[in-house]
Design a protein around this ligand. Structure first.
Ligand SMILES: Nc1nc2c(c(=O)[nH]1)N(C=O)[C@@H](CNc1ccc(C(=O)N[C@@H](CCC(=O)O)C(=O)O)cc1)CN2
Ligand SMILES: Nc1nc2c(ncn2[C@@H]2O[C@H](COP(=O)(O)OP(=O)(O)OP(=O)(O)O)[C@@H](O)[C@H]2O)c(=O)[nH]1
Length: 425
């Protein structure tokens, strides 16, 4: 255990309860100095926190022992009243013990990683869980945090090691008279493994959409009621609406929770052959953003600017005025909005149906390197390459998996991941 660190684990500001965490070899001693004694591990105990002869607060105290805490170190937690002055006083007292220093952002989690309590993908899952704003994000992050990726990688690793061992054996016994041909078995192992890695890599896209959110663009002619619909869906006046055709020029974005999915709804300029150069630029942007979006809601006929893709929703606006072709909606009265939301939710869940356990670009890159190496090995196997060269390439595949779970080459990554954490995490 290195230096002992402390920080408030709860956000700054007035609250019912705040939690202050202390982790490291002096954590229990800090507790003894502040509370007079150290409660039994994992049993909440009510204690007065005193410093310089003065009671600072009444606190629930929780003690964890080395190897059996979030960080893997000795931990003391003080669950105190969440007043700003209370938190400041207790933090100051801990600092004045001279036994601990304030933690840096993500430092508790960094220690959990360094002590083998979490692998790198679990650390990412933890970051995702703290950032989760929707149900789908929460569920996915919790799965990542549970260590699912690490378990899968462990299985893959074992098979790569088996293949490598077979190949290494031919190097060691190269002088023997009856060489055993390991090619069929190695080839079998790697072909199956390759297919699994490729399937996993292909399933990252959908998981990424859950993590980062979908873009859904509302498109249609000027005055079709796009901005009014956006405001209705968002539940607030995010976009300016008016009877003047061509009101929306820039793309307006509203982030919302749609059936548990994170969605950025885009309001775009009405599509028409305009004279005004600013409006024309708006239309160019509208088409580009709508094409790049994950899904489009067409309000009225597409009119040739943009072709609906499979799954896109074709609706008619201003349903209250008797516009009833297809899915009739009215942003003004709310008519048809339930059905529209229903269709949107169905489309989005269809898009995430194949989501895998890997969830981000870093996973895709690491997996890609592993896939590339295994493909190379399979090619070389067919061309009777030297066993030494095969073994070297297999090590590259292993290394890619090790990078994925953070077993090696992680310093830069760690810096990047942990700096995004808040203090106290
Ligand atoms: N008060 C408090 N609540 C919290 C946390 C915390 O640190 N403190 N957490 C912090 O993120 C989360 C809970 N996560 C935790 C993860 C592991 C261990 C832990 O002690 N692990 C040991 C023992 C496991 C066991 O007994 O089952 C281990 O993994 O060896 C504790 C909390 C959410 N709630
Ligand atoms: N009756 C009725 N009027 C609507 C409805 N939706 C919008 N309007 C009106 O139609 C006009 C245009 O609405 P907007 O929402 O600004 O239309 P838009 O498609 O965003 O228009 P542009 O920004 O020009 O592309 C406004 O006067 C709205 O009040 C609706 O569902 N029913």
């Amino acid at each position: 255990m290195g230096e002992t660190i402390y920080a408030s684990a709860t956000a700054r500001g007035r609250a019912g309860v705040a939690i202050i965490r202390v982790s490291g070899s002096s954590a229990h001693q800090v507790c003894a100095l502040l509370c007079g004694s150290v409660p039994a591990p994992r049993q909440a105990a009510l204690r007065n926190i005193s410093w310089n002869g003065e009671i600072l607060d009444q606190s629930l105290v929780l003690i964890f022992g080395e190897g059996a805490s979030f960080t893997g170190e000795d931990v003391a937690e003080f669950q105190i009243h969440g007043g700003i002055a209370v938190v400041s006083a207790v933090l100051r007292a801990i600092s004045e013990t001279g036994l601990a220093r304030l933690a840096e952002p993500g430092e508790f989690t960094r220690r959990a990683f360094d002590n083998g309590m979490l692998d790198l993908t679990q650390v990412e899952g933890l970051a995702d869980l703290i950032d989760a704003e929707t149900e789908a994000q929460r569920k996915q992050a919790l799965r990542t945090l549970s260590g699912e990726i690490g378990k899968r990688v462990e299985q893959w690793r074992a098979r790569l090691i088996r293949a490598a061992a077979l190949i290494e054996a031919t190097i060691d016994f190269a002088d023997e008279d009856v060489p055993v041909d390991v090619t069929p078995e190695v080839s079998e192992i790697l072909t199956t493994l390759l297919a699994e890695l490729e399937r996993e890599a292909a399933a990252i896209g959908a998981a990424e959409r859950i993590r980062e959110g979908f873009e859904v663009a509302i498109v249609g002619a000027p005055n079709a009621g796009k901005s009014t619909l956006l405001n209705r869906l968002a539940g607030r006046e995010a976009a300016i609406t008016s009877e003047i055709a061509g009101t929306t020029r820039d793309v307006i974005e509203v982030r919302m929770d749609l059936a548990g999915y994170a969605v950025t709804l885009l309001d775009t300029a009405g599509l028409r052959q305009g004279e005004d150069p600013i409006e024309r630029e708006g239309i160019r942007r509208a088409v580009a953003r709508a094409e790049a979006a994950d899904l489009r809601i067409f309000l009225g006929p597409p009119e040739g600017y943009l072709d609906p893709a499979p799954g896109d929703i074709l609706a008619q606006g201003k349903a209250d005025l008797g516009n009833t072709g297809g899915l009739a909606v009215s942003g003004l009265t709310g008519q048809g909005i339930e059905q529209l939301l229903q269709q949107l939710a169905e489309q989005l869940s269809e898009k995430v149906a194949g989501a895998g356990i890997m969830v981000r670009e870093r996973h895709r890159l690491a997996l890609g390197l592993g896939i590339e190496s295994i493909r190379q090995v399979l090619l070389m196997l067919r061309q009777d390459y030297l066993a030494e060269i095969l073994a070297e390439e297999l090590r590259n595949a292993l290394r890619a998996l090790d990078v994925l779970v953070g077993r090696i080459d992680v310093d830069e990554l760690l810096g990047e991941i942990f700096s995004s954490f808040c203090i106290g995490k």
